[in-house]
Design a protein around this ligand. Structure first.
Ligand SMILES: [Zn+2]
Length: 97
């Protein structure tokens, strides 16, 4: 079998420094909820994000998904509009010819 076991899930082992840092972190569910704006961001959460790079990264990653998705959808609509304009112009020009 020439197959690599690369698609097998490896347990995530956090670095020692990061692990120690994350001792009083909010749970991932809370980070998710705040990132998805299902939960207001309170001061203690904000303070924690400012002092904890691991949570900050996680929060940004979680927050980036819907934002990027929104942006992507919006920009693809814009792209359709631009394409439509170009097609209209081409048709208009060829009609005028
Ligand atoms: Zn944290």
């Amino acid at each position: 079998m020439g197959r690599n076991a690369s698609n097998k899930k490896e347990p995530v082992v956090a670095g020692v420094g990061e692990n120690r840092e994350r001792q009083d972190c909010p749970s991932i569910d809370i980070i998710k909820a705040v990132a998805a704006e299902e939960r207001p961001m309170d001061d203690s959460f904000r303070d924690h994000l400012n002092s904890c790079s691991a949570c900050q990264r996680e929060f940004r990653d979680l927050q980036a998904e819907p934002e990027w998705d929104k942006f992507y959808k919006r920009s693809s609509w814009g792209l359709y509009a631009v394409l439509f304009c170009i097609v209209c112009r081409v048709v208009f020009r060829s009609c005028h010819h």
